[in-house]
Write a protein that binds this ligand. Sequence first.
Ligand code: FAD
Ligand code: UDP
Length: 388
Amino acid sequence: MFDWLVVGAGFAGSVIAERLASQRDEKVLLIDRRPHIGGNAYDCRDKAGVLIHQYGPHIFHTNSAAIFSYLSKFTDWRPYEHRVLAEVDGMQVPIPINLTTINQLYGLGLSSAELEAWLATRAEPVDEIRTAEDVVVSTVGRELYEKFFRGYTRKQWGVDPCELDKAVTARVPTRTNTDDRYFSDKYQYMPKGGYTKMFERMVDHPKIDIMLGADYRDVKDTVRYRRIIFTGPIDEFFDYRFGRLPYRSLRFEHVTQDKTWHQSVAVVNYPQTNDYTRVTEYKHLTGQRHPKTSITYEYPAADGDPYYPVPRPENAELFKRYENLALRTKDVWFVGRLATYRYYNMDQVVGQALSTFRRIEEAVPSKTGVTPVRKEESDAATSLVAAI
Ligand code: FAD
Ligand code: UDP
């Protein structure tokens, strides 16, 4: 008899499993339908021995000292600041758009102040910034939007930016200085031995049993447990009762090349050309030295494993219906990118998992006996806290 069945061994499931076992001394069965732990952050050595990310590039970044400190229990870190180039008009220039990008692209020698004025003449006033298109055209104007964002976004999401929530392109800032880092968070690191090693340490606990290649559907009636943490797609949990929530998928083409390096930075984006969106070269991320190099092409796809919730108003509406159902479902907690249908980064999922654990502490008496509160009340409180 397990105290908890945790479905999904990605960040959401592994963090909660670790907390339940180490802090409450409760017995956890952690399952995943994939043959490995780590979820989408899983990394492994390919045939040539190069450490690659099976599901595309994962760079850890956060502003939260608490989240960084929590993960530091399970890994040492390698300082790494992510830099990305975009191939535009035949040139490879920095993205996010910054002073260097504009000077290179247009053959100019603008200063930061001059670039601000230059952008101001191009930016289009937008009354209410609602869509992924509005965010960009209101900042840099239509020409740069077309060059850097429209094609990439249409490829990545299969819809025009004007049909997506502003949060999608708001992830990528515009800078008038020469800061060419992709992220500006306080903590930017890669786990020193890789993500999988970090996960192995996280779930290595005598109270955690792991079952891989095991789907919830097949396990739920064959083992005994008191409560569930579910981190898979929420619509799947409820047998698509209200219809399917759209997720965007990707096909990854992993290639090893018989040369030391393929490109000058870890990621090159292709907003104007090719069917793939970006090419990642892992040795830049991991610091591994190897005579060969491995790269991944990312081809967006409508069908396949669910990787991205699609931020659009009608999808948010549909998710709300499932969320309401979830709030009424006793003894099941929904956590993570698929179960809460949020376009979250790894640190946000860790934060959400840690706050769910705090909620469980309030709602479920542990063996030491804590006064429970009704699940609905604490769920509502946590949806406010969730966006750490
Ligand atoms: P997942 O990692 O998806 O884990 C869920 C697990 O549940 C999966 O392993 C799945 O197999 C399992 N599962 C689902 N349903 C069932 C079932 N019925 N039975 C059994 N098991 C089930 N974040 C960053 O911070 N930085 C980045 O650079 C970054 N890059 C990314 C690049 C790509 C291409 C993608 C797709 C995501 C990226 N992310 C990045 C986001 C990051 O992957 C997620 O935030 C994080 O992995 C989500 O963790 P999770 O546990 O919620 O979900
Ligand atoms: N984007 C773009 N061009 C780029 C980079 C990003 O149009 O060169 C848009 C695109 O819609 C993308 C979103 O900004 O999906 C967020 O980019 P990010 O790099 O954060 O995507 P992720 O790493 O989550 O796939």
